[in-house]
Design a protein around this ligand. Structure first.
Ligand code: HEM
Length: 446
């Protein structure tokens, strides 16, 4: 915890900051790898197979779930754990000098998610590997939560006076732990008595509602509440409405587990509408947006993300009215994951990560724009053609699925190149270059 005795204090604080940045970069790089290969590549492969067979059931359920798990937990999860660990208040007081706990969380999480993907795709020794993966994932999130609680306890009061954003992030972290508990329960149950590692459809449907609406969605809301009033110049948040929206969202998720899918979907829609009103994302801004260092389309894409959130919530209601319609459920899910979550990450990431990583600026603003454009157009084609094709409304729509997948994959590759280009930029602060000495709090640089 304490600086090594023989080293001068100033470079040590910078070296420690650099160690933390190395850890964050490792989490981000791991997330990008999961997004690219086990996530998007397998998703594209699945979609090509579905399109050529013109049947949504032509791909094994375990393969679909391997893709979904890699995207939600491998990619989004690694990003959130990395950024979350890095941003724990008072981290430098509650974590060891070497941040060994952060490295432990990273190792357990990465091995857990990788083992899950391998057991779903190759089925090798899955009765052992499936519960092992779930145990490792659970073991990773528990110390993360413990550190977060410790750090927050030292924080006497929230800086912005409201703390609504922190509540959303804490709710999302609790959502992750609950999702991991359900995941472990089902993995152990299947290992003991199941015929394959794939979660049965009924459980999986509810598990996906929990994994998406209780984990990355509240965290994305929390990030919006924390940063967007500054970045987009929005009017002040309606904090009480944020808390009400979160409560409605949680009741909606509970309703899914009480077998009430339509009330669940209506509540999720109501929660999302309240959250949009609370964040005031579609209201005229009070101040000009801060777009230095990012493409000027940044404010537009952030608002588009929230249009996707609304579309996804409406699809969830439609899917609940027609529960056997795989195309409607799948299209709505991708409106939420690609349309909302991916657009959020692809726009907020380039705005914040260079400063978090101590880099001067984003590698390329133009690449940022093309990644967002391609994934959004791809998602639009995907959501419309999946509904038309899977539901047999129009047979020509099957041919558009590979087009959407190729556009989304290209967008993902462009985002990856931009991020790796940013990682490779020289650091702003080194012990040799620093004159003032103190490691600059990165948030000040944003
Ligand atoms: C980028 C291009 C993507 C492609 C081509 C793709 C493709 C697919 C396909 C073909 C399915 C099978 C079900 C269906 O047809 O709807 C699926 C399911 C799924 N995808 Fe994606 N996807 C992509 C991105 C994402 C992202 C970014 C996420 C999450 C952040 C995600 C999460 C999921 C989930 C959770 C499922 C459900 C898996 C299950 O049945 O358990 N996908 N995806």
């Amino acid at each position: 915890m304490e600086p090594e005795p023989n080293k001068p204090a100033i470079p040590i604080s910078i070296a420690r900051e650099q160690e933390l940045i190395r850890l964050l970069m490792t989490f981000l790089f791991t997330g990008i790898l999961f997004m690219l290969l086990p996530g998007t590549f397998l998703g594209v492969w699945n979609l090509f197979a579905i399109s050529s067979a013109q049947s949504a059931t032509s791909v094994p359920a375990a393969w679909m779930q391997a893709h979904g798990h890699a995207q939600l937990f491998g990619w989004i999860g690694s990003f959130i754990l990395g950024i979350g660990f890095y941003s724990i208040p008072n981290l430098r007081r509650v974590s060891a000098w070497s941040f060994w706990d952060g490295w432990l969380i990273w190792s357990l999480w990465t091995i857990g998610v990788t083992v899950r993907w391998l057991s779903d795709v190759y089925l090798w020794q899955w009765r052992v590997l499936l519960p092992l993966s779930a145990t490792l994932e659970l073991l990773a999130v528990v110390p993360f939560f413990a550190r977060s609680v410790q750090g927050h306890r030292l924080q006497k009061k929230f800086k912005d006076g409201s703390g609504a954003w922190a509540l959303l992030v804490v709710a999302g972290t609790v959502g992750l732990i609950v999702a991991m508990l359900f995941n472990a329960f089902e993995c152990f149950r299947l290992a003991a008595a199941g015929a394959s590692p794939a979660f049965p459809p009924e459980f999986n449907g509810r598990f996906l509602i929990l994994s998406i609406w209780a984990f990355p969605v509240p965290i994305a809301w929390g990030f919006t509440a924390r940063w967007m009033p500054v970045f987009l110049g929005l009017k002040p948040l309606r904090s009480k409405l944020i808390i009400a929206a979160l409560a409605v969202n949680i009741i909606g998720i509970v309703a899914a587990f009480a077998q009430s899918l339509l009330p669940c979907a209506i509540l999720l829609l109501a929660g999302a509408i309240c959250m949009v009103c609370a964040l005031r994302i579609f209201e005229s801004a009070d101040k000009p947006a801060k777009i230095q260092g990012v493409h000027k389309s940044f404010p537009l894409f952030l608002r588009i993300a929230y249009v996707w959130l609304m579309i996804a919530s409406l699809f969830a209601v439609w899917a609940a009215i027609e529960p056997s319609a795989a195309g409607i459920g799948g299209a709505g899910r991708h409106a939420l994951t690609v349309g909302y979550l991916m657009t959020m990450v692809f726009s907020v990431g380039p705005r914040m990560l260079p400063a978090f990583l101590g880099k001067k600026k984003l590698f390329s603003e133009r690449l940022m724009f093309f990644a967002l454009l391609l994934t959004n157009v791809g998602c639009l084609i995907r959501v419309s053609s999946e509904t038309l094709a899977y539901q047999h409304y129009a047979s020509w729509a099957w041919a558009f699925l590979p087009v959407s997948a190729t556009m989304e994959l290209t967008g993902v590759v462009i985002f990856t190149i931009n991020m790796i280009g940013t990682f490779l930029q020289p650091p702003l602060l080194t012990p040799a270059t620093s004159k003032c000495g103190a490691a600059r709090p990165v948030q000040d640089a944003i």
